[in-house]
Ligand binder design. Structure first.
Ligand SMILES: *Cc1c(COP(=O)(O)O)cnc(C)c1O
Length: 228
């Protein structure tokens, strides 16, 4: 089932890309594993997916150890909200922390990464839909926070992440994705660093095609891969 689901996902990515003249190879797929078993994740990796996302720290460490012991190598993404007291564990377990949504958590990740002698790749999570209940920086405060994060020696800001609101029609998510793309472009236009922000992590099972049309180069897919 998983193999079929991934084939279908790849076809849909290719179709979305062809509509706007993008190369499907430029879209990185993160398999978000949530409550799935290591056996299911192995099947995903056997289909050629090398990036896995977790939204809870406690599940991740055991799963990752199990997978590594079975000979799999992969790139681990933290996509869920992170509390400051979990920063050390996150630095130990994850290659890319996608959910950095405050200066406080960035500072703590930086401190723990420095202790470990690691340069931690991060994304800054932006709340593009103004929903009070969700995590993420407000778009208008993002530039200021990123400028401050740029001071941290042990963090590398690779790009931005957003979660669109739940909507009855995926096309309605378009403005939120567009907002994230424009924000990334406007930050890059300032040329504050030798490197620019590259990653736009946006799009999930219900809205990845619209996200790709709006410039996403990293989609985080759970249900479509594991449930079909
Ligand atoms: C669960 C989750 C996903 C995947 O969602 P699906 O709708 O199952 O594809 C992506 N990003 C985050 C942050 C998640 O928590």
């Amino acid at each position: 089932m998983i193999r079929k689901n991934i084939e279908s996902l790849k076809r849909r990515i290719a179709t979305a890309c062809s509509r706007i003249g993008r190369n499907p190879a430029d879209i990185k797929v993160i398999a978000v594993t949530k409550t799935t078993t290591p056996e299911m994740i192995k099947e995903v990796m056997e289909c050629g997916i090398t990036d896995i996302g977790e939204n809870r720290l406690q599940d991740a460490t055991t799963k990752f150890n199990h997978l590594r012991q079975s000979g799999f190598s992969f790139y681990a993404h933290m996509v869920g909200h992170l509390q400051t007291n979990k920063a050390l564990k996150a630095v130990e377990a994850f290659d890319l922390i996608q959910s950095v949504d405050s200066l406080k958590i960035a500072s703590e990740i930086n401190r723990q990464a420095a202790k470990k002698g690691k340069i931690q790749d991060i994304l800054v999570q932006v709340n593009t839909s103004f929903e009070a209940s969700k995590f993420g920086l407000k778009p208008e405060e993002t530039l200021k926070v990123i400028k401050d994060i740029f001071q941290f020696q042990n963090l590398k800001v690779k790009g931005l992440m957003t979660i669109a609101p739940l909507l009855d029609d995926s096309d309605k998510a378009r403005p939120y994705f567009r907002k994230l793309r424009e924000l990334k472009n406007s930050i890059n236009d300032l040329g504050l660093r030798a490197y620019g922000l590259e990653v736009l992590s946006m799009g999930m099972t219900d809205d990845f095609e619209v996200a790709i049309e709006e410039g996403s180069n990293m989609i985080r897919v759970g249900r479509l891969i594991f449930e079909g």
